[in-house]
Write a protein that binds this ligand. Structure first.
Ligand code: LMR
Length: 389
């Protein structure tokens, strides 16, 4: 019976993890999957996370089920971290999810249940966005967001496309640290797109997965907060993978900002029912850690200090890359202004494969680089390899 199945290709981004691991060359460089690395090449566990884990081991009274919604205190604290004043007092349906991907899938399933037809997706985007929406049975409608040769956001084209969206369509927006381009909307652009979304009766779905890695914790959520103040309804998918370094713990949440508490209750029951028939209840460990950190002044301060150090490391690597790469690609001075872990270089697939084969530099064939994967000591050598293409 299994013969009815055809073999599926590996996810190209995740396949890089195995390819890189299997490469035995000294000095190999991993600019692939979006995980933060420090100057030794390690993906550290935050000090605050380690301490929260220690306390959990000592004090956690039980491992009994919590329920499909997950931990209410975690959800409340994460909402405050993400939305600040803009989210305060808002009627909201919230569910803890297995990572940000789990949040996006739940959002997609909810939209399918609501009868949402089209989801507008700016390209390029994280490749899994389109896959998740399609898997839920939604139609994906794409529009140009970023032009690779000029390294610029195509804001006018984006606005023109969204002006043609039908009322009730959804629009996926990256809150900040855009994956894969690092190019973000300005404050004015956030206001303009928020007004358009409100005027046309569209449903925004904001993906926030890199808070703290761009310009700062509040700054990276500023656009989302502008949007929330302007629209009656919104979905927000939050990932704690990068911001708390909890990748494998699968920690995230989906929030639906609603216009009144009755609607919020109805949305919550629908999200819970969807979760129940999928993974039933979310994993707890990562959420318990995040909740403890956000609820403890000293732990939170330490976490904020550590993520700021990481952000500054990325910023300094960005500066050096921009200076070096712009010697050949003038337009790549933009790498300095781009934010978060990623930039999308104007490379052909053949260039990417050549860098991999000849220099053991790994990145997806799209030309995306994870800047956080570079150690300071190897930046100059890596720049030279790019310039030699
Ligand atoms: C990435 O884009 O590298 C990360 O978001 C990891 C993933 O799940 O793809």
């Amino acid at each position: 019976m299994f013969d009815a199945l055809t073999r599926q290709p590996d996810d190209p981004l995740l396949a890089l993890i195995g390819l890189f691991r299997a490469d035995e060359r000294a000095g190999k460089v991993d600019l692939g999957v979006g995980v933060y690395r420090d100057e030794t090449g390690a993906t550290p566990i935050f000090r605050a996370v380690k301490e929260a884990e220690r306390r959990l081991v000592e004090t956690q009274p039980t491992k009994a089920y919590i329920g499909p919604e997950g931990d209410a205190l975690f959800l409340e604290r994460l909402w405050t971290l993400t939305t600040g004043e803009a989210g305060r007092g808002r009627a909201t349906a919230a569910l803890q999810t297995p990572g940000g991907s789990g949040a996006l899938r739940l959002a997609a399933d909810l939209m399918a249940r609501m009868g949402t037809k089209g989801v507008w997706l700016g390209l390029p985007s994280w490749p899994n966005h389109a896959s998740i929406f399609k898997a839920a049975g939604l139609d994906v409608i794409t529009y140009p967001f970023f032009d690779i040769p000029s390294q610029s956001v195509q804001f006018d084209r984006m606005m023109e496309a969204l002006s043609g969206a039908a009322a009730g369509d959804a629009v996926l927006l990256h809150a900040s640290c855009h994956n894969p381009t690092g190019a973000n909307l300005s404050a004015d652009q956030w206001r303009a797109v928020s007004d358009l979304i409100a005027a046309r009766g569209l449903l925004p779905l904001v993906d926030i997965a890199y808070q703290g890695y761009g310009r700062g914790l509040d700054e990276d959520a500023a656009g989302l907060r502008t949007l929330l103040a302007a629209v009656p309804e919104a979905l927000v998918a939050v990932s704690c993978s990068k911001s708390f370094g909890l990748y494998r713990e699968r920690t995230g949440a989906i929030y639906a900002a609603c216009s009144n508490p009755e609607t919020a209750l109805s949305v919550r029951t629908n999200l819970a029912a969807l979760a129940r028939t999928s993974y039933s209840m979310p994993p707890d460990h990562g959420a318990a850690i995040v909740s403890m950190i956000l609820g403890d002044e000293a732990l939170k301060a330490d976490w904020m200090e550590e993520i700021e150090t990481m952000r500054l490391r990325i910023t300094s690597i960005r500066e050096r890359l921009a200076a070096g790469l712009s010697r050949r690609w003038q337009v790549l001075t933009a790498v300095r202004e781009q934010e978060g872990m990623f930039s999308l270089l104007p490379l052909e697939e053949a260039d990417v494969l050549k860098l991999r084969a000849e220099h053991a530099i790994y990145m997806p064939t799209s030309g995306r680089i994870n800047i956080a994967g570079l150690k300071s000591a190897e930046v100059d050598a890596v720049i030279e390899k790019f310039l030699s293409l």
